[in-house]
Design a protein around this ligand. Structure first.
Ligand code: S3P
Length: 435
């Protein structure tokens, strides 16, 4: 399916973005590991998360959809031998977190995924999980692979990468390991697993190492819980960007997750001069939430500090689009992880930006965009997305403020994270249609 976007605005209105993807995966996985009923409101019903729901069933949980975003999980108090291969689709989070959790049980589970996921590195979790006592059958360190779980021993793991998927895989394995499991990472990554484990009654706390509080878990029996999933800031980034660059716009994003470890893009946009205001902050269940008001803004280029990368890792594609409408240079560094996401996002974004007439350049671990301000971007290109949802959405947003329309070659994968993206954007007045 091809989609086309064209010059739009003013954009206006209010809407709640779909539920947070990271939290949705974790809600289903912890619900399946727990004993008793877990009720989830606001679950993201997108392909990635539906693969995790199916996996939770295969591992022995009863998972039911009660209505829009309302799901119940009746956990079996641990993972059982799955009768089938665990198909993780396009989702690295599903694969890595589920493999971590499965490691602590005496089962053998085969994991697989789509062509993109089959290329993504799994050794980053295989290494620590093997140290803990799990075994993996895989020649190349990529899917498909079989995890043989069993008796694990806790470890203190110094991860070479700041990755919430690695951290979560190790902590979930630690729930069934003897002794304590501690995770140290270079910069802190999103902490949804740690927060949610507390809600499920796990034995988790922190220990200070190198002056930073590091998560520590011990063997735990989880109890079913009630969870509420706030709006996903990584999905909200697209309407936020659209409102900033489309002329005379003002939109209100409701019920947004405002966990500080997810707000690197917002921090960066404020430095660029964006008119963003948080209202009605609240904290119902373990995660902070607010509404965000966004107005069209005159932006200037910035160099976000590389240590901020984990707090905005999924937002670099859309930041590079916003940067094209700012005045001056935006330099993104410390983001080498972008090359091993659903696609090589550095190459694809630079190629697409150039095709739209933007001055952009690849760096080994990032990119440079030299913006010339609002109304400067030509657009008028057909973009190669390589099946990457965030690349597709980024260029559709670019087309809302460029002189000529933009077409993305394959918009189907948007359903992995943001099922009704075109409808959501149209509700603000964005012109997005089939091409
Ligand atoms: C995620 C962590 C990040 C992020 C991904 C979701 C998670 O990946 O890019 O979209 O839910 O833990 P890494 O841990 O590989 O950085």
């Amino acid at each position: 399916m091809r989609l086309k976007s064209r010059f739009s605005g003013p954009l206006s209105g209010r809407a709640r973005p779909p539920g947070d993807k990271s939290i949705s995966h974790r809600a289903l996985i912890l619900g399946a590991l727990a004993q008793g009923a877990t009720t989830i409101d606001g679950l993201l019903e997108a392909d990635d998360v539906l693969h995790t729901a199916q996996a939770a069933r295969a591992f022995g949980a009863a998972v039911e959809r009660g209505g829009d975003g309302r799901w119940t999980v009746e956990g079996a108090g641990g993972f059982k031998q799955p009768p089938e291969t665990i198909d993780c689709g396009n989702s690295g989070t599903a694969a890595r977190l589920l493999m971590g959790a499965a490691s602590a049980y005496s089962i053998s589970a085969r994991f697989d995924g789509d062509q993109s996921l089959r290329k993504r590195p799994m050794n980053r979790i295989v290494a620590p999980l093997t140290q803990m006592g799990a075994r993996f059958d895989s020649a190349k360190g990529t899917l498909p692979m079989v995890v043989h779980g069993g008796k694990l021993s806790g470890i203190t793991y110094r991860s070479p990468v700041s990755s919430a998927q690695v951290k979560s895989a190790v902590l979930l394995a630690g729930l069934g390991a003897e002794g304590e499991t501690i995770l140290i990472e270079p910069e802190r990554s999103r902490d949804h697993t740690e927060r949610m484990l507390k809600v499920f009654g796990a034995n988790i706390d922190t220990v200070e190492i190198d002056g930073v509080a590091r998560p520590r878990v011990r063997a735990s029996a989880l109890k079913g819980a009630y969870l509420y999933v706030p709006g996903d800031p990584s999905s909200a980034a697209f309407p936020i960007a659209a409102a900033l660059i489309a002329q005379k716009s003002e939109v209100r994003i409701e019920d947004l997750l405002v966990n500080p470890l997810r707000l690197g893009l917002i921090e960066t946009l404020l430095e660029m001069g964006a008119a963003l205001t948080f209202e009605e902050r609240r904290d119902p269940i373990g995660e902070p939430i607010a509404d965000l008001v966004v107005k069209t803004s005159k932006l200037r280029g910035v160099t976000p500090p590389p240590r901020r990368a984990p707090a905005m890792i999924d937002e670099f594609p859309i930041l590079s689009v916003i940067a094209a409408f700012a005045e001056g240079e935006t330099r993104i560094e410390g983001a080498a992880e972008l090359r091993i996401k659903e696609s090589d996002r550095i190459t694809l974004m630079v190629d697409g930006l150039k095709a739209c007439g933007v001055d952009a350049e690849e760096l080994p671990d990032g990119l440079i965009v030299r913006g010339e301000g609002p109304k400067s971007v030509r657009g008028g290109a057909s973009i190669r997305t390589h099946g990457d949802h965030r690349v597709a959405m980024s260029f559709l947003v670019l087309g809302l403020a460029s002189k000529e329309p933009v077409v993305v070659d394959d918009a189907e994968m948007i359903a992995t994270s943001f099922p009704d993206f075109p409808g959501f954007m149209r509700s603000f007045g964005a012109k997005i249609e089939s091409a």
